[in-house]
Design a protein around this ligand. Sequence first.
Ligand code: HPA
Ligand code: ZN
Length: 337
Amino acid sequence: MKDIHSFIQKLPKAELHLHIEGTFEPELMFVIAKRNNFQIPFSSVEEVKAAYQFNNLQEFLDIYYAGANVLLTEQDFFELTWAYLTKVASQNVKHVEIFFDPQTHTERGVEFHTVLIGIYKALEEGEKELGITFRLIMSYLRHISEESAFETLRQSLPFKDLIDGVGLDSSEVGNPPEKFQNVFKASAKEGYKLCAHGGEEGPAEYIWSALDILKIDRLDHGNRCLEDEKLVERLVQEQMPLTLCPLSNLELKVIQDLKTYPLKKMMEAGLLVTLNSDDPAYFGGYMNENFLETAKAIDLSKEEIVTLTKNGFEASWLTAEEKEKWKNEVDRVAKEA
Ligand code: HPA
Ligand code: ZN
């Protein structure tokens, strides 16, 4: 296993499903809360971590939004993002495509540009200092109205050049993709790429509508596609990327045991699956832990780990040349490892 650990560590990786607010480690939360004179209802890092026990997505989201309330200034968002980048740099992550949730902040009076610029400056510095390339995705919250998503779209327009795509996250069940049909269409018209969470807790029908109604370029999670053979066929045929998050699925009880994680079945079906961390500060692992815990639980071979790693670059929004370069680099490193 030590061997697999160092194998995973050495491979260059891309992360495609990461909520920057979900990287807020309790240690940094205390530092920023103190600076902002913000009272948090915990007295120690250990107490915070002990509260991270979730039975479903909503229980997690309630705590995740409460944690995000501590973030107020551009510097806060910069430090949050910088902490994530230095962490994944140590895990040999070379490219990231990260989500931020503007409404989580604008709804409590923090300006859109404060959030965006703080995150973006850290990403720029990460590219310069750490060699991590990036794309940025603003995610609409599905538990609030489409009108609010439209307002977010409008706020983003002066900064269009800094943002690559839109996503759809938060409480899935009861908030189907069709609720956001118009704002996704308008976002595409502005040149944004499209992705959406789907089939995490919600049914396979939500994945169909993310494909047919929202016209997504990438599906976040997508686990429940396996309940519908025709849907799997469609996803395979389109080579629609799925950004899977094993430790998230485990912590939110989407699956009961990593040993039953249907990853090999998905790969054998021909799905373009990738591994990611989702909200690593809350789910107990960044990229390498997601790879390693999954590899241990279902006994992934080195070849399968290489395929998953290459899929991460293939499913990214890098150029065709950059994808080729990184996939070749993964093969080269794997051969030498
Ligand atoms: N699912 C939906 N919304 C989210 C998640 C997630 O895993 N993480 C942060 N927002
Ligand atoms: Zn997510």
